[in-house]
Design a protein around this ligand. Sequence first.
Ligand SMILES: [Mg+2]
Length: 405
Amino acid sequence: MKIVAVETIRVEEFPEFTAVRVHTDEGVTGLGETCFGPEAVEAYLHESVAGRIIGKDPLAIERHAHDLPGFYVTHGGTGVSTRAHSAIDIALWDLLGKVSGQPLYQLLGGAYRESAPIYNTCGGYRYGRKEAKFRGTSRPDDVADEPEEAAPGPYEDLVAFQTHADELALSLLSEGITGMKIWPFDEAARASEGKEISRADLKRALEPFEKIRSAVGDRMEIMVELHGLWDVVPAIQICRALEDFRPYWVEDPIELDSDDALRRLKASTNVQFALGETLGSLPYYKRLFDTNCADIVMFDFGWGSGISEGRKVAALAQAYGLPIAPHDCVGPVALCVGAHFSVATPNVLIQETVRAYYTDWYRKVLTELPTIANGRIAPSSKPGIGVELLPGLESRPDAHVRISR
Ligand SMILES: [Mg+2]
C-alpha cells in the first residue's frame, strides 16, 4: 500500500480546525486533525510534508514519526510543523485501524477499561465557531469579553462559570459530571500582563470557587486553568489563595520556559500542577518530569506529535509515577482519539471534554462522536478512529480544500 495524496479541509465557520486526509492507492483514507493556524498548517503540509510521504508505505507509522520532525527547524515545540506532523500521524493510525479492521483502542493494546472518566472544561459555544475578527487573540478564552450573542443551546458554560458557578456545578452534577475546569483569573492577567494581581482582582476571581463549594461542597472537583499567563510571584499568590478551595489541579500557572521558576513556584504551594500540553515532544516531557513539578501530565494529540508520541509520553509518565490527562478543547478528531487512548492506557486519569462543543460544533464536522454519558467517555468500536468527516463538509461554500498528489 502506498500514500497517493494528502488532502486538507478547513471550514471558515470553525476557523481553527484543520482536517487532514491521507489517501492510499487502495482507496482507504486516514483522518487526522490539528488546531490553530490552519492556513499555515495547510501550506506547510502541502509544501513540505506531502512530497516526503507520497509514494511511501502509510503503515510504517514509526518511520514517518521519526522522519517528519527530523528536518532541522521543524523539530520540537508545538509550532506549525509539529501540529502538521501530528495530524499526519493521527491519520496513519486511523489507516492502520481501517486496514486491520480494528478500532484504535485495540491497536493501542486493547481495553484496559471499558470507559474513562471525564471532566467538563467550561468553554462556551463560540470558541470553535468564532468569527475571523477573533483570530488575532492569543488565547481562545479572550472571547469571554465579547458581547453576548444568543447561545445555540443550554451550555454557555463560559459565561456561567463567571456569573453563576454554583448553578453550573449543579447542572454538571445532574449529568453525572464531577469535575469542572474554569479560568476566572485570565481577565486580571490580561490587565496586568501577568505581572501582578491586586487583592480586589484575587477576591473577585475566587468568587466562583466560593459559590461552587457552598453549593455542592466537595462533590465537584475543580480544575483551575491559568493558561501560563502569570509571572512567578502572582502565580504563587494565586496558588496559595486557591489552597483553601482544594482544587483538583492548577494548570499551566506559568509558561514552562524556566525549570528554576517552576521549582520555585512548586516549592511555594501545595496545590497539584497539571502541565505539559504545550510541550510537543518526548524530550521536553522528560525535562519537565525531571523537575518533579508535574503532578498530572497533559497531552494533546493534535499538537504533541500525534498518537505515536502520546504513547511514549504516557509510558515515560508511567515510569515517573505520573498520570496522564488527555487534552480536548481543540477539535472533534482529537477528542475521538483521546477516547480510544483513555480506555487503552493504564495511567490515564481523566479525559477532558467540553459539552458546549460535543453537543454542537463537533457534530457539524464529524459523522459521530464517542459515547459520553454519566461522566464517562467510550470510543467507537469501528475500525480506526471510527469516524469520518460529515458528508458534504468539503463542498460547503466556506470550505477550503487542497490536495497534493
Ligand atoms: Mg490547558
